[in-house]
Design a protein around this ligand. Sequence first.
Ligand SMILES: *[C@@H]1O[C@H](CO)[C@@H](O)[C@H](O)[C@H]1NC(C)=O
Ligand SMILES: *[C@@H]1O[C@H](CO)[C@@H](O)[C@H](O)[C@H]1NC(C)=O
Ligand SMILES: *[C@@H]1O[C@H](CO)[C@@H](O)[C@H](O)[C@H]1NC(C)=O
Ligand SMILES: *[C@@H]1O[C@H](CO)[C@@H](O)[C@H](O)[C@H]1NC(C)=O
Ligand SMILES: *[C@@H]1O[C@H](CO)[C@@H](O)[C@H](O)[C@H]1NC(C)=O
Ligand SMILES: *[C@@H]1O[C@H](CO)[C@@H](O)[C@H](O)[C@H]1NC(C)=O
Ligand SMILES: *[C@@H]1O[C@H](CO)[C@@H](O)[C@H](O)[C@H]1NC(C)=O
Length: 700
Amino acid sequence: MSFLRLALVASLSASTLASGPAGNENYQFQARNSLRSLSSTNRLNVRGDLAPVGISIEQTSYTFSIQDGTDDKIYISPAGDKFKKYSLSANGRGSLKQEVGGAIMPVTAFDVTGQSQVTCDTMGDAVSKYLSADDVWNEAFMQTILLKSDSPISFSSDLHECLSTHWGISVVLSTAQTQGSLQGIDIKTVSGQDVPAGPYIASYNASSDTVDLTEVFRLYRDQEQAFTTPLIPFADGQSFCPLAAQVDGMNTISIPVPSRLYTKYLADPRPLEGVRVAVKDLYDVAGVPSGLGNRAYWLTYEPRNVTAVSIQRLIDQGAVIIGKVKTSQFANGETPTADWQDQFSPFNIRGDGYMDPSTSSAGSGASIGAYDWVDVTIGSDTGGSVRDPAANNGAFGIRPSHTAISLEGVMPMSAPLDTAGFLTRDAKEFAEFGKAWYGDRFESYGQKPKTIFVPNDYFPLPADANPGAQPIYDSFIDSLQTYLNASIDTRSFADIWNSSGTMDQVQQTIPLFLNETYPTLIGYYQWTNFGKPWFEDYASQHDGRTPFIDSQPAVRWAYGRQRGESGYQEELRRKNVFKDFFSTHVLKADNETCTDALFLYPINTGTTSYRNGYKAPPQPPFGIFNEAYAPFHEGPEISIPLSQVPYNSTITNHVEYLPVSVAIMARPGCDYVLLDLAAGLQDAGIISATQTGSLTYPLK
Ligand SMILES: *[C@@H]1O[C@H](CO)[C@@H](O)[C@H](O)[C@H]1NC(C)=O
Ligand SMILES: *[C@@H]1O[C@H](CO)[C@@H](O)[C@H](O)[C@H]1NC(C)=O
Ligand SMILES: *[C@@H]1O[C@H](CO)[C@@H](O)[C@H](O)[C@H]1NC(C)=O
Ligand SMILES: *[C@@H]1O[C@H](CO)[C@@H](O)[C@H](O)[C@H]1NC(C)=O
Ligand SMILES: *[C@@H]1O[C@H](CO)[C@@H](O)[C@H](O)[C@H]1NC(C)=O
Ligand SMILES: *[C@@H]1O[C@H](CO)[C@@H](O)[C@H](O)[C@H]1NC(C)=O
Ligand SMILES: *[C@@H]1O[C@H](CO)[C@@H](O)[C@H](O)[C@H]1NC(C)=O
């Protein structure tokens, strides 16, 4: 019996074992994959400046690759005291220690509780289930299996041949008493900690005389350059070790993603158990510094000791934090050429791959559009920073009602406007995740809103929209009207404003009245509450020097200083005048539906925004823009993808496709009306989940 062993340094040659005859298994047999080790010291580099004192993943982790067809899958298994491990001791037949020896050994744990007999079929079913449920687990981990059960198990007569021919298994570990033999296969009874299902690396620890199973993470390439810091949780699950690992040929950092099997079969899963989440790099995560898109800022402070309240809430509910993703600087709006001066803008994979990912949750948008190994990305939204990246990258995104969740431990932009939002590719996951995160802060309603605002300032679309977009909106609005059994109101915003009485009071149109509101609320607030104290800390560390900041925040902060406290108070007053107007005349309270109406506008019409296009020099964001209405009236807004449209790319000289998205606004507190709506529209087949990659949907 031969099985491959992983030696730590020696490179094992890949050897493919011949597959046996098909037998009676009812699963798809796949050619057995081979494991080979990488030299841990050469292939993975830990940036010493990032690693917390005393921790070097390089010294305490196993790295290896699995050749799966043409795909070279790279893995890391962090070992040592700081990381999660399960210790086993062999107290039955045979010595586990001898088996592992000085090497390491791949193991797969299966839960066979309730099965009195383990057969080739039950193993085959489990293997098929694992393969379809998880992108990390691989049959290469079937060199040793651990069968978990609390009652005695017996083996079917076909099991020996099945295990040895299909997977070359020569050792079976079992936590239960076993009956029957497996001929040449060594069966060892082990005891120790309960091990969740999934892949592990086993190693023998002489000082504790135990065999320790460490968790396995697959390392993914971050081709779109969306991440700033990959993270591996320490054993307590509460703080994180930055893994600045780079695998040869990747040219980017590598993101560690744990097996989904660890959490998939838990008896009592928490609401977000195993959901893989990437977090915008302006939320604090314990163990790493917060970068906020600025190099000088990243160096100013120690790693954070406390995770932001909102992110802690995700961790407490079982979410897996896999890394931090890029924000444009201090969450200010930036376009790739040439605003991203201190950090490189992530790539938007849609279409030709050279569109602006939008901002400020640029990494959140780019990663959700590109990586099927990421489930949800956390962004923040002050004036469109979740909704626009969601629209540009073909994803669902929400800006919740103001005060939906605590922003403690999050960089402020403008406290009256800041919110914590997120992005997904699936409307049902969108609703489930939102309800788990925002909790009982909001309610669902049995009845649906009765009116849809489709203002004639937005529909029909402007001339620069992609010609394919108008029919998509027409068809969506028709379907939405039928779905809600609602009436359509096409009055323009200006009409409603002019006839509201607010106009009589302020004697100004909306664009004039609110012209300087947004730039003042962000510029003054962020400079006063964030920029100024940081400049002082930086100066005291650097002999009075000033840190570098990108031109966009520089211009906005300078404008904020110019407006001062009295300007800020005046603009806050104007924002609140608008809020009163909006909640009295546009989206009104309704006991049965929460919001009597929904307000629609087109948020991505499939127009191109090439990342190599030069824009005008920065200036404060004067004027009113669509994305500002929700923040000004403090209500929720979702951005949902509807379809995709073709365009002739000037990059590829080929037809490519860009997503088309709509924004839908509701009254403050009616967040779940929007989440339920998105999920309901997907159930009804009116919208669908998006896929990763250049195409947001498969071509029909
Ligand atoms: C081995 O066990 C000892 C004693 O429990 C422990 O201090 C040490 O960290 C372990 N080594 C590893 C690599 O886990
Ligand atoms: C974290 O705690 C350590 C030890 O108490 C302290 O030195 C450090 O300044 C703290 N870091 C931050 C960002 O507060
Ligand atoms: C749709 O709404 C109208 C009036 O608003 C009502 O009379 C009708 O019964 C509703 N139809 C359905 C299917 O609920
Ligand atoms: C609203 O009122 C302003 C100021 O009187 C006027 O210029 C504008 O045309 C009006 N808009 C509409 C749609 O009535
Ligand atoms: C908005 O304010 C800026 C700065 O004061 C000014 O330059 C611009 O003309 C104003 N725009 C409108 C439409 O009033
Ligand atoms: C809504 O509920 C409140 C409180 O129960 C009640 O005072 C109000 O009259 C209700 N409004 C409508 C339109 O039913
Ligand atoms: C692309 O360009 C060709 C040639 O000008 C034109 O016929 C075609 O309609 C264009 N396609 C799209 C999607 O714009």
